[in-house]
Design a protein. Sequence first.
Length: 464
Amino acid sequence: MPADLPVASERLRERAAARLVERLPEHVARLSWDRARLAAHQRDRLRELLAHAAANSRFHARRLAGIDVDRFEVADLPRLPVMTKAEMMSQFDLVVTDRRMSLQGVQAHLDASKTRASLLLDEFVCLASGGSSGLRAVFVQTAGAYVDFMASFISPAAARSPAAARSPAGGTPPRALVGAVVAAASPIHSSALATSVMSGPVRLVPVPATLPLGEITERLNALAPPTLIGYPTMLALLAAEQRAGRLRIAPATVTASSEQLTDEDRAAITAAFGVPVTDQFASTEGLTGRSDPGGRVLTFATDMCITELVNSDNQPVPQGTAADKVLVTNLHNLTQPLIRYELTDRFVRHPDDPAGRLRATVDGRADSVFRYGDVAVHPITFSVLVGAEAITEYQVRQTQQGVIIDVVADGHLDIPELRDAVGHDLARCGLKTPEVTIRAVASIERHAETGKVVRFMPFVPSRP
């Protein structure tokens, strides 16, 4: 396997493969649940989550004091306080439900897992995420909970591939659902970890978005994948390669994930590959959604997460109105309970599906690709900024021959080492003699209306 591909320990791969074979059929079956079955599942899992959090998390024990968990209903969630990313990270050791775990230990495990994923304490999967707000966070869950998340994520596609959705009862395993994933390279990111552990009924082949575009094209030509999955900005670049004849693949399905899919990119991708694009939403926090091929409205896995669409004052917004944020209650991760956890993505609610699942469009932000002549640099190239423990926020500005990066650091930051790492990654993308400037700043300016940060700012030539 090439050195740039994400890999995982054999122990993690074996556990994930066995769990996926066991759990995928149930998640496919959940797609046919009716409203009553889904509501009962949400209530029961919510009560289990609250009881476990109250008993084992010192952070949540205080916040849930006086709550009658046995009688708690989904409609009672607004009675509970909102949980922010800043709170979670500042009190991480109090949030988690396993006393053996600490933020320092998780960070050390992530630092050792940038090229090879393994289990913390032989039990837990650790992931890092910058998120739409850019404030760094880490997430921990059991291997079983992570595979449940992945099974939910792929269940709509597996439902259309009956062989992949069945558990083998002996003999030859069913034909795998195979997809090439053009996304993160380091397995501390969920998309890369998925490619390094998914096998059996579903096989995901990684093609790191951090590679030069020409190399990505060559790898995809060699793979000829029946399913193509990637960031919308990367798929748009690949669509141009397909139109130019350098990329020559004929996927039966194309799925855009983890960034906003613009109408312009959707049209270009559809025209280049000849199939309608499926739009997919996935957050490391556990929330996933998926559109029909060619559709714009996503249906969310509300059996896995309860999601509230609210304004800046945490009050529910009416259907058709853009929410300022969403509050997520993750029903499958009992290790790091996320209860009314704040995500700054902007959702617009549409009528629920017949079973009561949330349907919404996502008015998110598509991070920009930096272009230096014929060289394209995707934002995932700067994942070293997410992996650095001291960095809490960052902003990357493109220059004519490189980047200027402002970072907010909480603790010691080796700026020369970080500068060299970014320069190395830019050179791997094909940029010759990149110029990298790292500046330590007190804060990053946020948008006055949305409270968001423009994470990646392309170079705009000055007008004469």
